[in-house]
Structure formats: structure tokens, C-alpha cells
Write a new protein. Structure first.
Length: 256
């Protein structure tokens, strides 16, 4: 009998169980090392994700691109409009009558002044009815304000849509990914963390991307809402000044 057989024969049953457990653990650790990916970056998680989760992530990336594109375009537009309306309001404040606008290019091209002059021209044979003229001029100015409001808010509502839906789209991707992860667990018949973790990480990436798309969209939407409200206030102030000018002309009898 060899020395190895003699050594095995002298080991107690409890020692044999311990050796068996160690061998099993070593085999499990070796299998885990084989299934554990070398690295798990965001790009790797995206490439290894299910095609449905990939579509969700691509949609969220597209929504994020739309958000920042709208931000750049509308911020320039609303900022320029705010500066222009502030300049127009300052010019209108010193105007005594509609006729005085002819000497100033900024005033003569002001849409509010143009609307008021057009209505006065159309009402040339009814200037005696001052209240009627004022009502018609006011109606034209209100229509101009409504037109400006529609133009300012164009393209902004999509930010509210992205902010409201992106988290739920990301959550759908997460639920789908976790479902696939559990299916993989059932197929491989193991609850090893090395097998479960990558699938769950890929699924949670969809929720993270949903939040990344939604949070800036909501913040930018609120920022634009404040800018639109400020610009509408400037236009309303300019409209009120034009109504005062028209009222003065009607009282003097110089309108038209």
C-alpha cells in the first residue's frame, strides 16, 4: 500500500467531508471566475443587453439629444425676443402719438404700432365712436399677444412630454431586463452572483438613462416657462402703452 493510500485511510470521516466541501467550493469559484466578465463598463452593458432594452436605451438617447437641441435653439430665440421687446417697450414709453412713430424705424416696424394704425385706418369713418375704436384696437393687440405666445411655446411642450415619459420608458427597459435575467437564472439553474449581476446591471442602466433624459428636460421646460412668462409680460406692457397712445390721439382728435 502506498503512502497516499495510507494517508487517506487515516483521515477521519469529518475530514473527508471537509475536503469534499473545499473541492466543491473550489469548483464553484472556478466556474464563477469563468462566467464573470473581465470588465463591465456602460458600453459593455449596452452591447450585452437584450434587443428590447437596447431599443429603449437608444430611444432615451434620442430624447436626450432632442432636449438639448431644443434648449440651444429656444434659448437663443427667447433671449433675442426678450431683448427686442425690452427695446420696443422703452421706445414706446416716450411716444406721444401714433404719428410720432414715423420718424423712428424701430417704432414704425413695431407690430403693435402697425396693428393699431391699421385698425384706426379701417375705422377712419367711425372715429367718433371712441369706445368702439378702442375695443377694436385692443382686440387686434390681444390677437398679436396670442400669436406671440403660440410662437414662443412652439417646441417647448415636447420637453414636458420627455420629462413625464422618459422615467417610465426606462422602467420598462429595467423590468424587461430583469425578467430576462431571471430567465437566465432558470436556464443555468444557478443563483451565482457572477451570472445574475451583469443582467441586472444592464437592466438598471435603462432606468438610469431614463432619469438622465427626464431630469434635464423638466428643468429646461421650467426655465423656458419662466422666459415665456417674462416675454409675454413685456409684450402685454407694450400693448398697454400702445392703447394709452391711441387713447390720447382719440381724445385730441388727431387719430388717423
Amino acid at each position: 500500500m502506498s503512502a497516499i493510500h495510507i494517508a487517506i485511510a487515516t483521515i477521519k470521516p469529518r475530514g473527508l467531508l471537509t475536503l469534499a466541501a473545499l473541492a466543491t467550493f473550489s469548483g464553484t469559484a472556478h466556474a464563477a471566475a469563468q462566467t464573470m466578465p473581465d470588465r463591465l463598463s456602460v458600453a459593455d452593458m449596452f452591447m450585452q443587453a437584450d434587443w428590447v432594452v437596447k431599443l429603449v436605451m437608444l430611444g432615451l438617447i434620442f430624447a436626450s439629444i432632442v432636449t438639448w437641441t431644443v434648449f440651444v435653439a429656444k434659448h437663443r430665440e427667447l433671449s433675442a425676443l426678450g431683448r427686442r421687446e425690452s427695446t420696443r417697450l422703452a421706445a414706446l414709453s416716450g411716444l406721444r402719438g401714433i404719428g410720432d412713430a414715423d420718424g423712428d424705424t424701430n417704432l414704425s416696424t413695431n407690430p403693435l404700432v402697425i396693428a393699431a394704425r391699421e385698425e384706426i385706418a379701417l375705422s377712419a369713418d367711425a372715429l367718433g365712436d371712441r369706445d368702439g375704436v378702442k375695443e377694436r384696437v385692443l382686440s387686434r393687440l390681444e390677437r398679436h399677444e396670442a400669436h406671440c405666445a403660440r410662437r414662443m411655446t412652439r417646441g417647448i411642450n415636447i420637453l414636458a412630454t420627455i420629462g413625464a415619459t422618459a422615467p417610465f420608458v426606462g422602467l420598462f427597459g429595467t423590468v424587461w431586463g430583469i425578467m430576462n435575467a431571471f430567465v437566465g437564472i432558470a436556464e443555468k439553474q444557478t443563483t451565482n452572483l457572477a451570472v445574475v449581476a451583469p443582467g441586472i446591471a444592464e437592466a438598471l442602466l435603462a432606468t438610469a438613462m431614463g432619469l438622465i433624459a427626464a431630469i434635464p428636460a423638466v428643468m429646461i421646460y421650467n426655465h423656458f416657462s419662466r422666459m415665456v412668462a417674462a416675454n409675454r409680460a413685456r409684450i402685454a406692457d407694450s400693448s398697454a402703452v400702445v392703447m394709452q397712445i391711441v387713447s390720447r390721439d382719440l381724445s385730441r382728435g388727431t387719430a388717423g
